[in-house]
Ligand binder design. Structure first.
Ligand code: ADE
Length: 357
């Protein structure tokens, strides 16, 4: 599916595959993400200061030289604003953006169709770009390099290749796994930026901004409480502020304060570190069943009943960065903070750390 993210009606051009429940949920969320709260300019976009500052310079320089903006790769955990940044870049360049994702580009004609539909200067955003198949990648290479595509016609002995031009465009690729991109594809991006997790201060600004747009009454401590429990991720913060507002309306006095935020998020099983039931289960399994680890991702996937990709892309990044989990050559290990948070004793035994009782 391609979304023309300008204020025009969204156009459905090709069908989208549902590779897993997770992808379907993520794509659906992006699609319905309240247009009103999505920042539309760099000034409205909170956080990611270095990325923003560098992009502003790059965009100004391209405008001054009157050349097409280089292709951009944005990577980092889900929910940090890669799609939002891409739409802001398009806005700053004064061009339209077409949004799609790699799983929707399964057949050669999907990617060829999009490339041929682009108008001069437009931005093509491909989410989950690490999942592009080899054929789609190879179609993309000449398009990225010199705005041409190689079309083949006929079969067997009569096969012919025609090189046809496409309009100048900028590709913005987004991925949660820069390492999974093939070398040749990565090398064709002139600009590569990694998005970082947000600080609690930045997230509380995001929460207050969204609350004010959505007419949600919230105080400073309410915003901080939501920020602390949002796994350093604005997409989660924007979801939780809505849930806390529901709670405030039904059970409180209509304002999201610290007490309401705590009650609302506790009721959703989200603890004071932002960990949910699955996060805690994962850590408990490592501690209880595997003596703190190391344990391989496949084993963990089976024990937890979760898809390995969901563990790697969605669950783990925050657990790793917040110090609950460690990744070693031999597998995942629970860190001392996980023992402490979940109420286990962390002791040393024969040079090994873990749960020994
Ligand atoms: N909503 C989601 N991400 C945001 C950001 N970075 N700044 C402001 N509002 C947001």
């Amino acid at each position: 599916m391609i979304f023309d993210d300008s204020d025009k009606q969204k156009k459905k051009i090709t069908g989208i595959k549902k590779p897993s429940e997770l992808d379907a949920a993520e794509i659906e969320f992006d699609r319905t993400y309240d247009k009103n709260i999505r920042p539309k300019t760099f000034d409205e976009y909170i956080g990611q200061k270095t990325v923003k500052d560098t992009l502003k310079i790059t965009i100004s320089a391209a405008k001054k030289r009157n050349v097409q903006l280089d292709h951009i790769l944005l990577y980092g955990p889900p929910g940090l604003g890669k799609t939002t940044l891409a739409t802001i870049i398009a806005g700053e360049c004064g061009v339209d953006i077409k949004i799609t994702s790699a799983p929707a580009l399964e057949r050669p004609r999907d990617i060829i169709g999009i490339l041929m539909s682009l108008k001069e200067g437009e931005i093509l955003f491909i989410d989950e770009i690490h999942r592009l198949n080899k054929i789609a990648e190879e179609i993309l290479y000449p398009a990225m390099e010199d705005f041409t595509i190689d079309l083949t016609t006929g079969k067997n002995q009569t096969v012919k290749t025609m090189r046809v031009p496409v309009q100048k465009f900028t590709l913005i690729g987004a991925t949660t796994k820069a390492g999974a991109l093939s070398g040749p594809l990565r090398d064709r991006f002139g600009i590569i930026h990694r998005l970082e997790f947000y600080s609690n201060e930045e997230l509380s600004e995001v929460v207050k901004r969204s609350a004010s747009i959505l007419n949600i009454s919230i105080d400073e401590n309410g915003a901080i409480e939501i920020a602390k429990r949002s796994r350093s991720t604005p997409r989660i913060a924007n979801r939780l502020v809505r849930r806390a507002a529901d709670w405030a309306l039904v059970k409180g006095n209509g304002t999201v304060d610290e007490k309401t935020a705590k009650e609302a998020l506790n009721s959703l099983n989200i603890d004071e570190y932002g960990l949910d039931f699955t996060d805690r289960e994962l850590l408990k399994i490592i501690i209880q069943n595997y003596n703190g680890g190391p344990v391989g991702i496949e084993t963990l996937g089976v024990a937890l009943g979760e898809d390995i990709r969901t563990i790697e892309d969605v669950i783990e990044p925050y657990l790793l960065q917040s110090g609950f989990l460690k990744r070693t050559q031999r597998g995942r290990m629970a860190a001392p903070l996980a023992y402490k948070h979940l109420g286990y004793k962390y002791v040393q035994n024969n040079g090994q750390m873990g749960l020994f009782e």
